[in-house]
Design a protein around this ligand. Structure first.
Ligand SMILES: [Zn+2]
Length: 75
């Protein structure tokens, strides 16, 4: 099960790029966020190999329909 998060990088102009990441299961939210930021970082490296931002801003995790941060939406 995956969920879609979005991020933007003002340094190279990426805006609202969508990344599928594993939905959060029972793991701690901090651990999940860490994992998610790694996935976002890897996606960004692929799209902009020469961009080395200090951090990616504007990471959006969908909350609609989920019962916890990063959880799969329950429809
Ligand atoms: Zn960038």
């Amino acid at each position: 099960m995956t969920i879609m998060v979005r991020y933007s990088c003002p340094a190279c102009g990426l805006k609202d790029v969508q990344v599928d990441v594993p939905a959060r299961g029972e793991e701690d939210v901090i651990a999940w966020m860490d994992q998610t930021f790694h996935a976002i970082g890897a996606d960004h490296r692929q799209r902009s190999p020469n961009c080395r931002p200090e951090r990616l801003v504007d990471v959006k995790v969908p909350m609609a329909g989920a019962d916890r941060i990063g959880g799969p939406s329950v429809h």
